[in-house]
Ligand binder design. Sequence first.
Ligand code: ATP
Ligand code: NCN
Length: 197
Amino acid sequence: MGGTFDPIHIGHLACAEQVRDLFELDAVVFMPAGDPWMKRGRSITAAEDRFAMVKAAVQDNPFFDASRLEIDRAGETYTVDTLRALRAHYPDNVELYFISGADAMHRILEWRDATELARLARLVAVSRPGYEIDDARRRYMLTHAAIRHVSVIEATALAVSSTDLREKVRSGRSIRYLVPRVVSDYVENHGLYRGGA
Ligand SMILES: Nc1ncnc2c1ncn2[C@@H]1O[C@H](COP(=O)(O)OP(=O)(O)OP(=O)(O)O)[C@@H](O)[C@H]1O
Ligand SMILES: O=C(O)c1ccc[n+]([C@@H]2O[C@H](COP(=O)([O-])O)[C@@H](O)[C@H]2O)c1
């Protein structure tokens, strides 16, 4: 599962766990983006902090892991580069899935080499409150050559967003239970998000 994870929250974790369960995946690797080019223009927390929070958040699930692949790669982060690297690394019988929320998948046709990306992995788009994939969009996604292998999953949804969490911290409000305890501790101990959303 790819994301900016600024910070990782229970929406990410619950969505990944439900996809893992549904597709009987052997593992879910959380991959913080090094330089998420579609989020250019906003200030993004240092990759090392985002990675540390992801690593701490996934440690109690034996099926979950965190990867540095994208934060260690220079330049803008393109999912197709990640999937090429993973495909080269794993034997052919290992099937790759790319999990994302419905909001991210809405824009997938704008992603770098979307057609190749869809050939390299099964794409899983998870429902997210406020970003429902309506029937017209779903038909469009399913019929478009580049992404017809996308699975649209209705997961038990949590209306949590990193933007809202950053804003809460900035204005001195609690984020307890919206992120794992290790993440709220990290945010507090490192003074993250206090200066701006
Ligand atoms: N509550 C949620 N339910 C389902 N999917 C989610 C949820 N929050 C995030 N996602 C998905 O997880 C991936 C990574 O999300 P990201 O790290 O950008 O978090 P975010 O909460 O959307 O952040 P921001 O508010 O800063 O844009 C994206 O594919 C996004 O669609
Ligand atoms: O490859 C691309 O061009 C591309 C464009 C936008 C987003 N993505 C990936 O989609 C995932 C979710 O992104 P975001 O910005 O919603 O956190 C994350 O893994 C990004 O690297 C990938």
